[in-house]
Design a binder for this molecule. Structure first.
Ligand SMILES: O=C(O)CCC(=O)C(=O)O
Ligand SMILES: [Fe+2]
Length: 750
């Protein structure tokens, strides 16, 4: 119904899947780039300047007064109706007489329709705007660069009734509901006709409402993880005469009023009604067809049902001739009877719909707006949305995220990040331990090295920048996209990481690698707990089992840990080392979900280049924190002394430091990458399950003892690891069968 072009089926060449499937994909924390609108366009996002949208107190029309036998009451209601159409173009109808049980049942059955298997709904994917039943997604997916967070079902219900076969009772309920709303619209049109000074049945007869075109449109907006970047439905006006809108109690409609977007919420058991383009044309612009849009939220699904009531398809609609003659006004206008200029050309309703929805906007506007001033006035309030969506807009996301175009690419990146995390996870503690074993004593230096490798990040960031520049054919592309709010969050995480590095470095200096690595495995339990608290991580039996096994593994080790105490260390030193490592584990278990939360709350589109920028800022602040520690401890001055006393020689000393820095950088970049591409929990799982490799390497390189408790712990870790991945594979299979016909690209869990 809306004034745009919804000609494209859901699964055409670009494989656009339903947004419902996308929203239900496990672990979706940010929206795919193709759903994120430019924050510079205030009409397409809510993230920009106007943060709080006032609540509109739109006029309320008591329908019972319109059909009152008391002529005075009726006249008053008609005047109020006319004023509502003139000043607002939107009003709320109460006491309409449509039973509440019918309203509830229709919403429920629409919900059931969207819950049908994708294959079944796909039967209704169609090509032509006037096909009787159409199921689709977004708004005008064939023309849009950026999609809308909405699935829809459109059914032509009058003069010929159509309906999907399923769900059961859909057809019956829809027929009754459409009949009742058609009667409602017809009575309102009668009142509007009178409010224009015409007979009650004037519009009815002249626009042939006996065979009026009625369209049932159900809109489904699932919860969206980044609602401020997405939009459910773009600004548009509705064609036809009156649209009767119902919603499932979840707000989201905004209308353009007084140059602002304002929220409109309906009273319980009321309808929202808006005047359409053809009432504007018919009244020669006296009644406005107002722009409106639907915003989305991250909490509850929203369903809206818009029933559009238009003239008969083949009716010619132009300004009403009787309204083009000046009426005598209250002051006794002496120009009474003179002609008023028609602002619009007449056009068949069918042609209007086809031209407008067929996207020939230039032709359409020149045909419809006889008076160019009307068009200009419309454009002045807001850039007409069709123009926006039809023109190829340079989209911030396409600039930012060329590398995440396909799900294959995402999977490759995820594997790459797991490998980096693995290398860092095994190599980092080993090289750090090497430093201490061969004569290094500087804890602050060792901790500084955990993040001081940040300059290596400059290369991939530059490479991504060069790639984007190349792609944009000379259009301006930003080197850094991080915004102040995200920068600040990363700075805080950086300082926490610095503290964490110190705790971990202290632990590594005191404990054998085998012990410290297994204590670090408790991090998974911390990660899981914080992930639940901070990001509402969902757990399956398999993940719970994995977390339990991995944690028990670490505890088994902890009970026997004193057996491991190196000969030269006191009990106290050993225990301090043990608890410092545990503290590091808890803190990092907190930092990972915190990063996930930061990614979710960032009012920015998350891209992989942005993740690298975030890691750079985190490392920078962590390094700054540790530099202070080094300065206080005079570590810089001690460097050359320590190098010359290093057991493996001076050259190897510096090599050890450099490798340590690089390996830790891989660890952190891998961890944040896996968190962004999947979840904090997966990062924790990878860290915990790579223990066997670290264990074996430590036994090989440092000839550490491999005692029975380590064997038990190791077995439990492996078991936990297998349990987690088995669960993941099961989950993936389920999702795949759900989305057989959907597009893996849109499954943004990776
Ligand atoms: O979902 C809404 O509130 C708006 C729906 C709408 O404007 C339409 O379907 O034309
Ligand atoms: Fe609409």
């Amino acid at each position: 119904m809306a004034s745009a072009i919804e000609t494209r089926p859901i699964s055409s060449s670009s494989n656009l899947s339903s947004v419902k499937i996308l929203a239900e994909s496990p672990g979706l924390i940010s929206i795919p780039s193709k759903y994120a609108h430019q924050s510079t366009n205030t009409h397409f996002t809510t993230a920009s300047v106007q943060e709080d949208f006032p609540q509109a107190s739109i006029p309320i029309i008591d329908f019972s007064f319109l059909s009152s036998t008391d002529s005075e009451q009726r006249l008053k209601a008609i005047q109020e109706l006319g004023k509502a159409c003139q000043d607002w173009g939107f009003f709320m109808v109460v006491n309409h007489g449509i039973p509440e049980r019918l309203i509830k049942a229709v919403i429920e059955v629409v919900d059931e329709f969207f819950n049908l298997p994708e294959e079944e709904k796909m039967e209704y994917e169609t090509k032509h705007v006037l096909d009787p039943i159409r199921y689709g997604t977004s708004f005008n997916a064939s023309k849009e660069q950026t999609f809308f967070w909405r699935d829809y079902l459109k059914v032509l219900v009058h003069p010929h009734f159509h309906s999907p076969n399923n769900p059961k009772h859909f057809s019956e309920l829809m027929m009754e509901y459409c009949q009742r709303t058609r009667d409602l619209a017809s009575k309102l049109v009668g009142g509007i006709s009178q409010s224009l000074g015409l007979e009650e049945d004037y519009i009815h007869k002249n626009l042939e409402l006996e065979s009026s075109q009625q369209i049932f449109i159900a809109n489904y907006y699932p919860p969206c993880p980044q609602p401020e970047l997405a939009m459910g439905m773009p600004p548009h006006s509705d064609h036809g005469l009156l649209t009767v809108l119902l919603q499932n109690g979840v707000g989201g409609l905004q209308i353009r009023h007084g140059g602002k977007w304002v929220n409109v919420n309906a009273l319980p058991n009321s309808f929202l009604v808006n005047t359409g383009d053809h009432l504007e044309i018919f009244s020669n612009g006296r009644y406005k067809s107002v722009l409106h849009r639907a915003v989305v939220n991250n909490k509850a699904k929203r369903i809206s049902i818009a029933v559009a009531n238009g003239p008969a398809m083949d009716t010619n609609v132009g300004p009403c001739p009787r309204l083009l003659v000046r009426q005598k006004n209250e002051e006794g206008d002496h120009q009474e009877g003179t002609e008023i200029e028609a602002k619009y050309n007449a056009m068949k309703y069918r042609e209007y719909v086809e031209l407008q929805q067929g996207n020939q906007l230039d032709v359409w506007s020149s045909l419809i707006f006889k008076n160019n001033a009307v068009l200009l006035q419309k454009e002045a309030d807001i850039q007409i949305p069709e123009m926006e969506s039809n023109n190829v807009r340079s989209n911030q996301l396409q600039q930012d995220e060329p590398e995440l175009k396909s799900s294959r690419m995402k999977r490759i990146l995820l594997v790459l990040n797991c490998v980096m995390l693995g290398l860092g996870n095994c190599g980092g503690p080993l090289v750090q331990r090497l430093y201490f074993v061969k004569g290094g004593k500087r804890i602050w230096l060792s901790c500084w090295l955990q993040t001081a490798g940040w300059p290596v990040l400059v290369f991939p960031i530059l490479a991504s920048y060069a790639y984007r520049r190349n792609k944009q054919n000379g259009d301006p592309v930003k080197l850094c996209s991080i915004k102040p709010r995200l920068f600040l969050s990363c700075a805080v995480i950086g300082v926490l990481t610095g503290v964490d590095d110190y705790l971990a470095a202290y632990g590594v200096s005191r404990l054998p690698v085998t012990t410290s690595a297994l204590v670090i495995a408790t991090q998974l339990a911390f990660t899981a707990a914080f992930a639940f608290l901070l990001v509402r991580q969902k757990f399956t039996h398999f993940t719970i089992n994995a977390i339990f096994l991995l944690s028990v593994g670490a505890v088994v080790l902890a009970f026997h840990s004193s057996n491991d105490r190196p000969a030269h260390e006191s009990n106290l030193q050993y225990y301090i080392g043990f608890f410092m490592t545990l503290g590091a584990s808890a803190l990092y278990g907190f930092v990972l979900p915190l990063m996930e939360l930061t990614c979710r709350k960032a009012k920015q589109v998350m891209t992989y280049s942005l993740v690298m920028e975030m890691q750079l800022v985190i490392s920078l602040f962590a390094t700054g924190f540790c530099t202070i520690g080094m300065l206080i401890n005079h570590d810089f001055q001690a460097l050359s002394r320590e190098a010359s006393a290093y057991e493996l020689g001076e050259g190897s000393y510096y090599t050890t430091l450099i490798f340590s820095a690089i390996l830790w950088q891989l660890f952190f970049l891998g961890a944040i990458g896996v968190t962004f591409l999947s979840s904090a929990l997966l990062s924790g799982i990878v860290i915990a399950t790579l223990l066997p490799v670290t264990e074996s390497l430590a036994v090989v390189f440092f000839h550490e003892r491999f005692r029975s408790e380590k064997g038990i712990s190791l077995t439990l870790s492996l078991w936990g690891f297998l349990s987690y991945f088995y669960g993941e594979i099961q989950g993936l299979k389920k999702t795949k069968s759900k989305t057989k016909r959907g597009n893996p690209d849109s499954i943004a869990s990776v």
